[in-house]
Design a protein around this ligand. Structure first.
Ligand code: SF4
Length: 456
């Protein structure tokens, strides 16, 4: 399986840059998403007001998360759901595997869920002897290819139609084609059969409403409807940050999310699930279990700067506009969360030592902040994380250079001397070799600002 490590981002990125297929697929997909997002946002005259409202709601939730979670749990349990708390990925997987094993489950259908990607749930279920079937088309493709997702909302964005056709021929035995209609109809026919056989359906959660105990899941393919309603047991897995206070808040988020994610005015399906079914003749599962995952989120919540990371709606818009993601794609990040938000979340989830290169995988151009529907200041977060890494990772030479620079900046005489020394040094030795290996360093002017100023 193509699982690269976050620790080798530079090497991963270099390999990705040499892959012409990958860069072609990324260019087409990210430009298309970007154009559609722009047009969809322009269709709402109050777009900026909505972003401001969404940001304020998320601020409110994250400042009182304990209270809103308590309210959500009380309301959901009153409607028949059973709620479980998981401190980390291992606990979440153990709860879910336990529930499935107790019911002697053999086939598990899943809808797209970044949270279960984060916990590597499929590996745990397979190790417990179950067949796991991803039912979102993109997830199904990468499951067949035995690859991790490379985009938050479009997991197979790195694959061309031709590559998907070859994969389906090899794995599903269909005649070679790159016709999208034929490919999707083959996937649909295979998946329908698995839905009918499934004992357990596992989904993610987009929003959890504290006021009513409702979980809300949005999608375009209808597979979430089937995953959450056909099997007898539905397990919904959510990060603790997904809670929102009121039903009315959805008005803001359901306008922002589909427009930011795929440039749609509205998702094709919106499922609202409040507890279990009331009567035996109703549609839906007999049991609903909701797993609330922490896995490092409380740590992010504790700091006023990193807290913002938890406002993310997982729309993927920041990936599509990021000049780094556009060139190297998602796998290079070595994390289920790639792109600008991945560079922020991954070091906080995995531990900064394991993903120390990611906060530097950005030009800090600010395009991510411009498109984020909840106004997360990603460049600020990246700088904050760089500040955490630098004292640990900065070389002795770097630290000495900055100490000398600080001394020089405090003394006019030393400052003048350093600018002369800098010009001389640039002539006799290469400066910042790593920095200049991929770009030009402008020559230092022959005269200092003071000299130019006094000549006038
Ligand atoms: S950080 Fe903002 S733009 Fe990026 S995925 Fe999250 S909500 Fe979307």
């Amino acid at each position: 399986m193509n699982h690269l490590s976050s620790e080798t981002f530079r090497e991963n990125a270099r390999a990705a840059l040499a892959d012409a297929h990958l860069r072609g697929a990324l260019k087409n997909a990210t430009s298309l998403f970007g154009e559609k997002r722009k047009a969809a946002a322009a269709s709402l005259p109050n777009w900026e007001d909505l972003r401001t409202q969404a940001s304020a709601i998320k601020d409110e939730v994250l400042s009182h998360l304990d209270g809103y979670l308590e309210e959500f749990v009380g309301k959901a349990e009153a409607r028949g759901a059973q709620v479980h708390w998981a401190r980390n990925a291992a606990e979440a997987n153990s709860i879910i595997c336990g529930l499935a094993t107790e019911r002697k489950a053999r086939v598990v259908v899943k809808s797209k869920s970044m949270t279960t990607e984060e916990t590597h749930l499929n590996d745990a279920l397979e190790a417990a002897g179950m067949q796991v079937v991803e039912t979102d088309l993109g997830e199904y493709i990468i499951q067949l290819a035995e690859e991790p997702p490379s985009h938050i909302i479009a997991p197979a964005i790195h694959k061309t139609r031709g590559q998907i056709g070859e994969l389906f021929t090899a794995e599903l035995g269909m005649p070679p084609t790159d016709d999208v209609a034929q490919l999707t109809s083959t996937a649909r026919a295979t998946l329908r059969d698995r839905f009918a056989a499934a004992d357990v359906g596992i989904s993610g959660v987009n929003f959890a409403i504290a006021e009513t105990g409702t979980i809300v899941i949005v999608e375009n393919e209808g597979n979430i409807r089937l995953t959450t309603s056909l099997p007898r047991l539905h397990i919904a897995v959510m990060g603790i940050e997904k809670v929102i206070p009121r039903f009315a808040d959805l008005d803001v988020f359901l306008k922002l999310l589909p427009r930011s994610a795929s440039g749609q005015r509205m998702s094709a399906y919106q499922s609202f699930i409040t507890g279990t079914k009331r009567r035996a003749t109703d549609e839906g599962p007999e049991e609903l279990h909701i797993v609330l995952l922490d896995n490092g989120r409380s740590r992010m919540l504790a700091h006023p700067v990193t807290r913002q990371s938890l406002a993310c709606l997982r729309c993927g818009a920041c990936l599509n506009v990021c000049p780094v993601y556009q060139q190297v794609g998602g796998h290079a990040y070595g994390s289920v969360y790639p792109g600008p938000i991945g560079a922020v979340i991954t070091p906080q989830l995995m531990g900064i030592e394991k993903a120390a290169q990611l906060p530097y995988a950005s030009s800090l151009c600010g395009a991510c902040r411009e498109v984020c529907p909840v106004k997360i200041d990603i460049p600020r977060l990246l700088l904050h994380l760089r500040g955490e890494i630098t004292p640990r990772k900065g070389s002795v030479a770097e630290r000495l250079a900055f100490k000398l620079w600080a001394r020089a900046m405090m003394s006019p005489a030393l400052y003048k001397l350093s600018s002369v020394a800098g010009r001389l040094l640039q002539r006799v030795m290469p400066i910042s070799k790593a920095w200049t290996s991929g770009r030009d360093l402008r020559p230092i002017e022959s005269k200092s600002f003071h000299q130019l100023w006094s000549n006038e």
